[in-house]
Write a new protein. Structure first.
Length: 206
């Protein structure tokens, strides 16, 4: 079975579907509300799990009800959440989304615990996960085939992304980076698979 480790964001999405998007200062009534799991990292983890991979999520949520809900939804998808930190006194990341009848949207994100994920936590998590998956019968860093895939995303701090990149390379795992939101190009992206959209590609290219 394919092995995937995701280092990234975990959010709860609060979605209002309305007939049209509000203008600045305007209230649009008559919408419907739904709450979903979100965050690009968590979404990647769910997609990989549904595709049949064995998935571990590395990230952070708060010690609030939304954090418990987010972890429960990931666990229900068969994702290992034992390396998602619960941070005391920090809210879980939230995205507030308004969607109109044509599918256009407005999104405001409060990163919460995602912004507190530090390099030390990522290093410790990947040391445990990647060491666990380096048993006999698996190809090593020099065998030409990666042991698995580490997916990274820019919705967590740059130091956490760099720590994930270093650990994955050292263990011989393929690294895939979703450079969203866009940041200036890094100097250590050789051999990394990038998945930018057009705006992010322009940012990476300078």
């Amino acid at each position: 079975m394919a092995r995937v480790v995701v280092v990234g964001s975990v959010n709860v999405d609060l979605v209002v579907s309305a007939g049209r998007l509000p203008r600045a200062g305007e209230t649009v009534a008559g919408g419907t509300f739904a709450r979903h799991g979100g965050g690009k990292g968590a979404n990647q983890a769910v997609a990989a799990a549904r595709a049949g991979a064995e998935v571990t999520m590395v990230g952070a949520v708060g010690d609030d009800e939304l954090g418990s809900e987010a972890l429960a939804e990931l666990a229900a998808e068969g994702i290992d959440t034992s390396h998602v930190a619960r941070l005391d006194g920090v809210p879980t990341g939230v995205a507030v989304i308004v969607v109109d009848a044509a599918g256009e949207n407005q999104i405001a994100v409060a990163s919460g615990a995602n912004a507190e994920l530090d390099a030390a936590a990522v290093e410790a998590a990947l040391a445990a996960v990647l060491a666990h998956d380096s048993g006999e019968g698996l190809p090593g860093p020099d065998a030409g085939t990666p042991r698995g895939v580490v997916l990274l995303g820019n919705e967590v701090p740059q130091a956490a992304v760099a720590a994930g990149l270093r650990a994955a390379r050292a263990a011989g795992w393929l690294v895939v980076l979703n450079p969203a939101p866009a940041r200036p190009a890094r100097a250590d992206l050789a051999g990394v698979v990038l998945t930018p959209n057009a705006d992010e590609a322009r940012e990476l290219a300078g």
